[in-house]
Design a protein around this ligand. Structure first.
Ligand SMILES: NC(=O)c1ccc[n+]([C@@H]2O[C@H](COP(=O)([O-])OP(=O)(O)OC[C@H]3O[C@@H](n4cnc5c(N)ncnc54)[C@H](OP(=O)(O)O)[C@@H]3O)[C@@H](O)[C@H]2O)c1
Length: 127
C-alpha cells in the first residue's frame, strides 16, 4: 500500500523560513496549524536549528531535506505544495537527494521531541 503524504514541508515550516518571531497575516491558514502554536513552536525552532547544518553539509535546501526525508520511507510519496516556479524547481530536486541510515536516524532523533507531543490525528489544524 502506498502512502501519499500531504503537507510534507509542514506548510513551509520545514523550509526554515519562519523564524521564532514570525507573524502570519490574519487570513493565513497556518495560524490554525498545531505546529505553529505557542506550545510547540519553540521546540520546532530548536529542531530547525539542528536540521539546518545537515542540509548545509549536504549542499541542499531545507525544503529538499524535508521532502527527501518523507520519500526516503518505503512506499511513501510526497505531494509538495509550491507558491511559485522557484519553489517547484527547488522541490523537484529533492528526488535526487539520498539520505543514508545515519542521517535518517539523526532526523528522527531531532524530530522526536515534537512528534512525541502530537497525537495520531492526521488533521493537525483547525480550519
Ligand atoms: N487532502 C488533504 O486533506 C490535504 C491536506 C493538506 C494538504 N493537501 C495538499 O497537499 C499539498 C501540499 O500541502 P501544503 O501546501 O499544505 O504543504 P507543504 O507542501 O508542506 O508546504 C507548501 C508551502 O511551503 C512553502 N514552500 C514550498 N516549497 C518551498 C521552497 N522550496 N522554499 C521555501 N518555501 C517553500 C510555500 O509556502 P509560502 O506560501 O509561505 O511560500 C508553500 O505554500 C497541497 O497541494 C495541498 O492541497 C491535501
Amino acid at each position: 500500500m502506498t502512502i501519499l503524504a500531504y503537507s510534507p514541508m509542514a506548510q513551509g515550516l520545514l523550509t526554515g523560513k519562519f523564524g521564532p518571531d514570525h507573524q502570519f497575516d490574519k487570513g493565513d491558514h497556518r495560524n490554525g496549524n498545531r505546529l505553529f502554536q505557542a506550545d510547540l513552536f519553540p521546540l520546532v525552532q530548536k529542531a530547525l536549528y539542528a536540521l539546518r547544518p545537515i542540509a548545509e553539509k549536504k549542499g541542499i535546501t531545507m525544503a529538499q531535506l524535508a521532502l527527501a526525508w518523507v520519500i526516503a520511507n518505503h512506499c511513501v510519496c510526497a505531494i509538495a505544495g509550491a507558491r511559485n516556479a522557484r519553489q517547484v524547481i527547488d522541490n523537484a530536486k529533492a528526488a535526487d537527494v539520498t539520505l543514508i541510515e545515519t542521517e535518517l536516524a539523526e532526523l528522527d532523533r531531532i524530530s522526536r521531541p515534537i512528534t512525541d507531543l502530537i497525537d495520531d490525528n492526521p488533521v493537525q489544524w483547525t480550519w
